[in-house]
Design a protein around this ligand. Sequence first.
Ligand code: CTP
Ligand code: MG
Length: 411
Amino acid sequence: MAANSPSPLPTFDCVILAAGAGRRMGGIVKQFETVNGAEIYQHAIAAFAKHEQCGQIILVVPQAELAMLQQRHKGEPLTIVSGGQDRHHSVQAGLAALAGQHAPYIAIHDAARPFTPQKVIDDALAALGQGARAVIPVLPVADTIKVIHQDQQIVSHTLDRNQLGRVQTPQFFDADTLQELHHNLQMDESRQNGIVLDDASLAEEAGIDVAVIAGDEQLAKVTWPSDLETLQTTHAHVLKQGQTMTAEYRTGTGFDVHRFTEGDGPIMICGIAVPHDKALDAHSDGDVGIHALCDAIFGALCDGDIGSHFPPSDDKWKDAASDQFLRYAIDKVGSRGARVTHIDVTILCELPKIGPVRDDMRARLAEITGLSLDRVSVKATTTERLGFTGRGEGIAAQAAATICFDTGDSA
Ligand code: CTP
Ligand code: MG
């Protein structure tokens, strides 16, 4: 599915599971939390979308989020379906959504594991190529593992950790084999309420050898609340080192102007209602800061401008709050497998004074974009009473946005 892919036929399709409720997170639906400018499930998709042998991607989501996510990802090469009660029901919903000519292999992946190294995918495909029908990434166990009597909280016995492995996803399968395993599970009345911990366990039960490849700590799953924080630091660390990933950085610029009209403020600038003795002439809320910023982001993506995504001719956007435009632009970046690393807005006007509200604007832009405050800059200048801004006829803003595409593992 990767753009400009030279490979004629995809080798594998991918089902990404994002329909869980996150009970161990205390109800935070973890896959929709933002990390480094994109939601966790978007990072999960991006790792597969950029792999040149990846065909269809099916995203399985909670029923309640289905319509919103389908709207958000409209036009993208992504099929979104709703999941089921347990993880294996969600897998089955994903498998059922694979359309038309499917690839010979299928990857099943937890959206709660946002960072999949390309090497893991390549290793799994190599094992399948050598005849394996099921392949899973596994990490060694460092700690001694004991079996505990749950009711008494005392130790029952100790396991031999050399025989144990920590299993991750993506799990890869021969496509027909996996479809058959799940079909058999669905047909088996006695197992309707049983627990299926992962897909490989179905292969094990059926007597199919499950091949093991090296897992990766980067594949860690967000399970407990503290995992979110760890993830933020781990990912930042990976990017800072610049050793495990190579990256392409792009910067886009944007510019916007709105005319002042008679009327009383406040006027919206960078998501903040700023008191002013004039109103704005605009189709939406006329937030020049956010509009310039959206154009900067679309510029970095080479994906049109704010007018092409939200046509002023469409009444839907009349008086619209501009924060939704910015969220949309950020989502576009995520769905292209990239993330925003820095935004910088300059407001040009004589009045209102920006200084007193500048920090509020930074905080608001950080909130809308999911970026940390140290990646968000707001500046202002007058134009020395020159030109239309100098005469107080209107307000202008220019912006720059930097986005980063991870382009794969470096050697
Ligand atoms: N998952 C799913 N459908 C379900 C249950 C889980 O698609 N009915 C997905 C989750 O969204 C997650 C992955 O399977 O990406 C692994 O599951 P887990 O870590 O257990 O996530 P949750 O089920 O959401 O969390 P918890 O078990 O703490 O409730
Ligand atoms: Mg679960």
